[in-house]
Design a protein around this ligand. Structure first.
Ligand SMILES: [Fe+2]
Length: 243
């Protein structure tokens, strides 16, 4: 089934070409990433591209699966498998040459989408009920190469105007830092080296992130493959063990 979906997506990638607006000074971003292991870019996509992804995300809200792990996380997620079925433009962006080349240029090393069997490769994360959050963590790297996380904010709003109470935060040697993830902000970071969390939402907030992972070498040992599947159950349930 994953093979069939992978064949279909080659057409979706061709169907729509995304316009990455991004900042002009790529070299400056590249230096910042080497120093900080995290960069943030505003107005990443053109407005029409953002709207396309936003409407896909909103139409998939009823399909998102609720997960709750006391003290660690609470929220809704759309799995890679369901994104492939119901959000072809999200798949198109993830597998586009434009995004892969952009991430490679900032990371300073060629990167590739992580494997289809990894449910965390591409997911929609939705924080929409009071108290939705994910606590401090590193993104575990199960692969032989380096591993990068890209978060593209598709929606971030409060019923009172402005952005939601849910903030992307990281810990550095200087303390905690809040990273603005207004809609159309993209954050690229090396999650195995950046301690981060999403703080809790307030009543009526809506925050939707398209989460995409890339790696430099997707080979994985059998033991780490088992560990990766166990980790996926936290977001996607027990099916992640055998899917
Ligand atoms: Fe994370």
């Amino acid at each position: 089934m994953l093979g069939q979906l992978a064949e279909q997506r080659a057409n979706w990638v061709k169907e729509h070409h995304f316009t990455i607006q991004g900042p002009v000074n790529i070299q400056e971003l590249c230096r910042a990433f080497a120093r900080e292991r995290l960069v943030r870019v505003e107005n990443f996509l053109s407005f029409s591209d953002l709207e396309l992804l936003q409407s896909e995300a909103m139409s998939n809200l009823p399909r998102m699966v609720f997960s709750y792990i006391p003290t660690h996380k609470k929220g809704h997620t759309l799995s890679y498998e369901n994104i492939q079925r119901h959000a072809r433009n999200c798949v198109g962006l993830y597998h586009s040459d434009e995004l892969r080349e952009w991430v490679s240029s900032i990371a300073g090393i060629p990167v590739f989408p992580t494997p289809d069997g990894d449910q965390s490769s591409l997911s929609l994360l939705c924080y929409r009920e009071a108290g939705d959050h994910i606590n401090w963590h590193y993104d575990h790297n199960f692969y032989r190469g380096r591993h990068f996380t890209v978060l593209l904010s598709l929606a971030n709003e409060s019923p009172h105007g402005g952005v939601s109470k849910s903030k992307l935060m990281r810990k550095t040697s200087k303390g905690e830092e809040s990273i603005d993830t207004s809609a159309n902000v993209l954050v690229l970071f090396e999650g195995a080296k950046v301690l981060h969390r999403a703080s809790p939402t307030d009543e009526g907030d809506l925050r939707i992130m398209l989460s995409m992972t890339f790696c430099t070498d997707s080979r994985i040992s059998p033991l780490k493959e088992i560990a990766r599947r166990v980790k996926d159950t936290a977001f996607f349930g027990l099916r992640a063990l055998w899917d």
